[in-house]
Design a protein around this ligand. Sequence first.
Ligand code: GLP
Length: 261
Amino acid sequence: MEIIIQPTPPEGSIIAARIIAKLVRTKPDCVLGLATGSTPIPTYRELVRMHREEGLDFSKVTTFNLDEYVGLPPEHPQSYHAFMDEHFFAHVNVPRANIHIPDGMAADIPAECARYEAAIRAAGGIDLQILGIGTDGHIGFNEPTSSLASRTRIKTLTEQTRADNARFFEGDLSKVPFHCITMGVGTIMESRQVLMLAFGANKADAIAEAVEGPITSMNPATVLQMHPVAKCIIDEPAAGALKKTVYYRWVFDHKPDWQRW
Ligand code: GLP
């Protein structure tokens, strides 16, 4: 895994946006895997700026979001549909028909999950998957002990994740759904490139396990150690529990120019 430590979230987010923009420019019909949560918001903001000021063109891009809450309609302000509109889709030119987010209102959830997997396959697979990480190491909504080979399916959120995400529901835990549809760990691992972002001291332990710990379903992000093209962009506080930071900075400082973004 390539570890990129930046002083602050804005600096890390600019690098993330440049990596994504480079892909969009070199492969205009690329397939992007998108994430929600507070972490990728500044990355989306920078991509929106690039679209407005530099003409970054998303007109041929296809997107697949990682997950959605079960029981929240798209117009619900806390749904991931609404989140993506607010932070990204309303401000760029991804065609509506190319946007894919699991349907949390589907009457037949297993059928919806199978449809989602088939749609990813039909699009040719995901070129680059953006990921945040939960404080318990979840990616998408793959909570600890998720099968590392799992596919898109329903998951039950842990109490910790519900509490972490209550801030998006006016701090009211009772409003946070118990279930979600999420791409599986196996689905995420099939994307050609993975870009994990983590900012803040509350992510330090999860990141240290994910990067330097043994691979275990107890922290699903650890499986990214098996991914051939995984980058992890973190700020100083999120790097706080890593052991080999001297080496990660050394690698960054000596990166060949052709590998830069
Ligand atoms: C949610 C999302 C994850 C995200 C995580 C962290 O649970 N399903 O994709 O990575 O929250 O969120 P935040 O970035 O707000 O810390």
